[in-house]
Design a protein around this ligand. Structure first.
Ligand code: ARG
Length: 465
């Protein structure tokens, strides 16, 4: 932070200087400095419009644009000096412009307020943030599909209540995450439609008494529409909440995937190995190989939830129109966007390096009576109502469990003690057959999974959902 001393634009109305603590408390420059490039872009579009409409002299407009472009370059190069007395990024840029071009700078803030200015900057930022999130979400989805492809024949136990339930294709399990992230993509795309609205022109709250051309500014800045109501335009932060909510949901999905990777990489499961480059060691236990990245991805979900709750709370009960409370929208938004982006990026980098222990997963799928439903379904095909079949197999499992034997270790004679409907072929039931039998749309048969993978690839490539 530079020590450069500049006075506040509103100083004229006050008899004394701002209290230092008050100044430190209310300044937002440490946070909103990130809006610099958007503020410059917004101001350039505004200045061009003012000149085009004859609201400011042509040559002042040109000087303003030139000065702002210079400031934009300084910002990109990290050379732009900021001072805290000037509160925020908007006032810092305006002050710098005055130093660069002189009195012409004083015309820039015609027909504009910081209230519609910051709302515009925020939406420009959000549009970029959403584009970034969408790109990396697509990358993560692509990484998942690659792992699906490589492991498409791998069998694993499916779980309910974290108890082995029915055999699955590992590919089917991972494709479930593809779907989750696809819905996340949809939510961000949907959020983008409501972000893509230009607030500038709302003024402080009531509109401005100049013949401005809002559509022109919208076109210059790449907004699809202009806002309908000036009060709403300066006080609406729904799109921040929507972004936060979509980020929270996406992080929830990230954390569920992360949790499974953590579980699967334990000695107890032994289903996968996470690449060493994404694991951590212990300072005391030499043998450790901890799933650090997955654990932190899981944990960072918490702060994104927190940011959503904090934004909702800031907005609750806030009267129209702008209140400085709204300044609190940015820190949580930036934090959520950064957290989400880095979590998605590191997951997308880690996922391709996952190695699956197919022998282990298949063995696990064959244990623990995970074919019991299939034995019941066998009896149903022999004519028994499902509920009855369920009862018969329940007794059968209990019998085997008491003897510490698997269903495949029982003889046909033993099966027949529980129902005369059992025949030789019941002994042929295995995990592969159980998987292939579930050949319904959305099911785990290899035919369905291959088709699902193909559709997923198409959706990903076509950018369609
Ligand atoms: N720093 C403020 C924000 O982030 C900009 C708008 C300030 N407007 C005002 N009337 N104080 O919201």
């Amino acid at each position: 932070m530079a020590k450069k001393k500049r006075s506040k634009v509103w100083a004229a109305r006050f008899g004394k200087a701002t209290d230092q603590q008050a100044e430190a408390f209310t300044a937002s420059i440490d946070i909103d400095r990130r809006l610099g490039r958007y503020d410059v872009a917004g101001s350039i579009a505004h200045a061009r419009m003012l000149a085009k409409q004859g609201i400011i002299p042509e040559e002042d407009g040109e000087a303003i644009v030139r000065g702002l472009e210079e400031i934009g370059e300084e910002i990109e190069a990290g050379r732009f000096e900021l001072s805290r007395e000037l509160e925020d990024i908007h006032m810092n840029i305006e002050a710098s412009l005055r130093e660069k071009i002189g009195p012409a700078a004083d015309r820039l803030h015609t027909a504009r307020s910081r209230n519609d200015q910051v709302a515009t900057d925020l939406r420009l930022y959000l549009k970029d943030a959403i584009a970034g999130v969408l790109a990396v979400l697509r990358r993560l989805q692509g990484a998942l599909l690659d792992v699906v492809e490589v492991n498409r024949r791998v069998i694993m136990p499916g779980y309910t209540h974290l108890q082995r339930a029915q055999p699955l294709l590992f590919a089917h399990h991972l494709l479930a995450y593809f779907e989750m992230f696809d819905r996340d993509v949809g939510r961000f795309q949907d959020c983008l439609r409501r972000v893509d609205v230009l607030p500038l022109g709302a003024g402080a709250l009531a509109g401005v008494p100049y013949p401005i051309d809002r559509e022109f500014v919208a076109r210059e800045l790449g907004f699809s529409r202009i806002s309908e109501n000036s009060l709403d335009a300066v006080s609406d932060r729904d799109c921040v909440v929507e972004f936060q909510a979509a980020a929270a949901l996406t992080m929830m999905h990230v954390s569920r995937l992360a949790e499974e990777l953590v579980l699967w990489s334990t000695a107890e499961f032994g289903f996968i190995q996470i690449d060493e480059a994404f694991a951590g060691g212990s300072s005391i236990m030499p043998q450790k190989r901890n799933p650090d990245v997955a654990e932190l991805a899981r944990a960072k979900t918490g702060r994104v939830y927190g940011n959503l709750m904090s934004m909702l709370t800031v907005l609750k009960g806030l009267p129209l129109a702008y209140c400085l409370d709204l300044q609190e929208d940015k820190s949580g938004l930036f934090d959520s966007a950064d957290t989400l982006l880095t979590a998605l990026e590191v997951m997308a980098a880690m996922v391709p390096g996952i190695r699956v222990n197919a022998e282990r997963t298949q063995a696990a799928a064959s244990e623990s009576y995970s074919l019991a439903t299939d034995v019941a379904d066998y009896l149903v095909r022999q004519g028994l109502p499902f509920r009855e079949a369920h009862g018969v197999v329940g007794q059968l499992v209990r019998y085997a469990d008491e003897r510490d034997r698997g269903l495949s270790e029982l003889s046909l004679e033993e099966y027949r003690r529980f129902s005369p409907l059992f025949d030789e072929d019941v002994l042929k039931l295995d995990v592969r057959a159980a998987i292939e039998a579930r050949d319904v749309p959305g099911g785990t048969s290899s035919r369905q999974v291959a088709a699902a993978l193909k559709r997923a690839r198409k959706r990903l490539e076509g950018g369609k959902r």
